[in-house]
Design a protein around this ligand. Structure first.
Ligand SMILES: Cc1ncc(COP(=O)(O)O)c(C=O)c1O
Length: 454
């Protein structure tokens, strides 16, 4: 009997008995059995259909079951499923060429090579290893509002509470505050002030840490799960200048923000600031197969020209995963997906969320770009008291659970984190699909409005 003959109730029972899930108390789980998916939708065995306003884990940028992706993966299955990483393989070579080309698309040859991994956390691990060896220094600075992955180094780089149970983690990491105009750590009253003060704070942190001990500053270019925090104008350029001043490697974590999510191939292209290393995963092939990696600039690539790079993975540059990346990048170009994502942000989601904010007192802030947006929910617009507390669980989080329920009842699967719901459908979603999803959010927000006190 093939796995496909398994009845949904048996799949559920085996899951509960044998599958150990991420980030969960295993006994409390009641996972949805997904039977299929297409485009901007997925459905369960009992026929319940959801608009996927989460793109699963903000990774299915190209939409579910894109026919050309399926065709390319099937063709590669027949050609060659796997080879050792030390052999050359055409799928891997072409994926690397296309990714470097996308990184250099606004000119120059700053980026040279790609080190492939299985996902985002391994990209972070290898990026900091490269930065440390390149500079001969050990400290890595990251922001409190960030997520970089679940492995030992990546979870220590992470700022959000998922880090706490893994502490003390790896040595040599230091946290600082990035910009967040709506809840400024610097009491700023404008984006300009926020950029200036966040940079002054970072310069101070560098001063007291000793800039000559700092190998890298690693940032999510646009912070994803921790809030869709779009850097104010001038911030990334200021970070670049501090890195240049002190010989520090600038790492942009584009695992969530890259590959059309922000209406660019890479989000940093929006501000014209080039990092030294780019971490990618998710949208590179929309998770059709596990793939991630690090795009390496000329200066760092040259460090390892004659010197051994002490890292590797059996599946680095896996042919099946790389063939799906090649297919995905080519489909992005043929179908204008980067441009479509930019248009959705400018013409549909941005204006749509402003309307929701005008209609719902529970909406404190809306922000984002491309197909990467957050609605921040509050109890009170004046005080900005969050709809649920930071890292809320149990009874404290019940209002958020109610909001999620209201979305799901109406056939929309949301992506929520703390007191926010993110608007992150596939980058291929049509205008009608996005508008229909926003109409559902409009209804569901009436649930959140009931908790407004001010
Ligand atoms: C910004 C960012 N970096 C890294 C990761 C880790 O990626 P992975 O789960 O593929 O290891 C994630 C995952 O959500 C992410 O959002």
């Amino acid at each position: 009997m093939s796995a496909l003959d398994t009845r949904p109730e048996d799949a559920f029972a085996s899951d509960r008995q044998y599958v150990f899930h991420s980030w969960s108390a295993q006994g409390a789980l009641n996972p949805t059995v997904v039977a299929g998916a297409e485009g901007s939708y997925f459905w369960t065995a009992d026929g319940t259909r959801y608009r996927d306003f989460s793109s699963q884990l903000v990774n299915v940028n190209i939409g579910h079951q894109h026919p050309k992706m399926l065709e390319a993966i099937k063709a590669q299955v027949d050609r060659l499923c796997t080879v050792a990483p030390f052999h050359t393989n055409d799928a891997r070579s072409e994926a690397a060429r296309l990714i470097v080309e996308a990184a250099n698309q606004k000119g120059g040859e700053h980026f040279r090579q790609v080190f492939f991994t299985n996902g985002g956390a391994e990209a972070a691990e290898n990026a900091i290893r490269m930065a440390r060896l390149h500079t001969g220094r050990h400290k890595v600075l990251t922001t409190y509002r960030s997520y970089h992955g679940g492995t030992a180094g990546a979870i220590t780089l992470t700022g959000d509470p998922r880090r706490w149970p893994s502490e003390p983690g790896i040595p040599g990491t230091v946290k600082f505050w990035g910009p967040y105009p709506y809840r400024s750590a610097f009491h700023s009253t404008s984006e300009r002030e926020e950029a200036e003060r966040a940079l002054a704070h970072l310069a101070d942190v560098l001063m007291v840490e000793g800039p000559h001990t700092v190998a890298a500053i690693a940032l999510e270019t646009v912070v994803g799960t921790n809030g869709i925090l779009v850097p104010p104008p001038g911030y990334l350029a200021g970070v670049r200048a501090l890195c240049d001043q002190h010989g520090i490697v600038m790492i942009c974590d584009e695992v969530m923000a890259g590959f059309a999510r922000c209406g660019e191939w890479f989000a940093w292209q929006h501000w014209g600031v080039q990092p030294d290393l780019i971490c990618f995963a998710k949208g590179v092939n929309s998770g059709y197969l596990p793939l991630g990696g690090v795009v390496i600039s000329e200066a760092i690539a040259s460090t390892f020209k004659d010197r051994v790079y002490p890292g590797g993975l059996t599946y680095s540059g896996h042919p099946l995963a790389c063939a799906s990346a090649v297919a995905s990048i080519n489909i992005f170009k043929e179908e204008g997906i980067v441009e479509h994502a930019r248009m959705l942000g400018n013409d549909v989601i941005g204006p749509g969320l402003e309307k929701l904010q005008a209609n719902h007192p529970s909406v404190g802030d809306v922000r984002g770009l491309g197909v990467f947006w957050a609605i921040e929910l509050v109890r009170n617009r004046e005080t900005r008291e969050p709809y649920v507390p930071f890292n809320a669980a149990g009874a404290d989080n019940a209002p958020m659970v109610e909001f999620v329920g209201a979305c799901k009842q109406r056939g929309l699967w949301p992506f929520t984190h703390f007191n926010r719901t993110h608007v992150v459908p596939p980058c291929t979603a049509s205008v009608d699909e996005v508008e229909a999803g926003l109409a559902i959010l409009d209804e569901a927000l009436t649930v959140a409005d009931r908790y407004v006190t001010g």
